[in-house]
Design a protein around this ligand. Sequence first.
Ligand code: COA
Ligand code: ZN
Length: 319
Amino acid sequence: MNGGPARIELNEVGPRDGLQIEPNFVATEDKIALVDALSDCGFARIEVTSFTSARAIPALADAEAVMQRIRRRPGVIYTCLVPNLRGMERAFEGGADELNLVMSVSETHNRANLRMTREQSTAQLLAMLERAHQAGVPCNVSLSTAFGCPFEGEVAPAEVERLACLFAGAGAAGITLCDTTGMAYPTQVAQLCDSLAQRLGDALPLTLHLHNTRGMALANALAGWQAGIRRFDGAVGGLGGCPYAPGASGNVNSEELAHMFACMGVETGVALSPLLDVVGALPRLVGRALQNQLLAAGPRLRTHPAPDWLDERFGKSQA
Ligand code: COA
Ligand code: ZN
């Protein structure tokens, strides 16, 4: 599938995927200020936090306080990641508009990350989908390690498809394919997105959640878009990573996604200028230096004054 509407949805997952792995605890007030600033950038969704065990993810132990005090901008969907029924009840209390359920396609990563077998996680997710249906809260299901597992290597596309179809049939509002440790490559992304879209049909949106661990995230996003994907997760400043995946590193930068698609004439709703302001404030927020190519270079049409000596040598430029 190529072409289609020149409009996509960008989901900002930095406050959850980004902050969960930061070495310094980000103060609750600063988390709230980050979400509030991101709310003004035009994202379709913001993944605010996760309702996980505080022992597993200490960085997000203040999920209740954050959800309670963020400013809700109309039109933005505020979502939270939940790994089990207990987390789901906490997220309902917190007033999440939508939930992001998670399990891994590979057994070893599921055990390391969620301390459950895939069979246990599957049962948990099916029970959660039923509970969420009663509560009237839509649930997206994120499938981690969909393009490769840092413990097991290749992951069978048939297994991704099996789980996606199972949760689609059980009422998931969308499926996210997660490249947890940046193992995906463009032709693989295109093939999996294509075959899955055929299995699931147009009614169920697919999202790509990419990490830039090996520098292929933007190429993978482009391949996904060319295969018909219209929703992408990204993290401001390229923060992010799963603490239970060895070698994990940042998500695809939201600002690079927004910039690339804007250059291509694809409408994202995201305004680059306020987003780059948020990027510029991140080092203070996370307490460490961050490199950022787009912030350093500016958008592609940022131009520079020509050297003075050009006029002397060539006369006043008519350009
Ligand atoms: N929220 C808060 N606390 C929770 C919880 C939740 N959703 N689920 C379990 N707990 C608590 C239990 O009450 C228990 O507390 P205690 O030690 O004070 O008695 C403790 O966590 C362990 O509970 P248990 O059911 O044995 O869980 P576990 O140790 O097997 O861990 C998960 C299972 C899913 C809770 C945990 O692995 C987890 O939170 N993982 C999230 C990983 C993640 O977010 N990764 C990155 C994103 S992909
Ligand atoms: Zn991630």
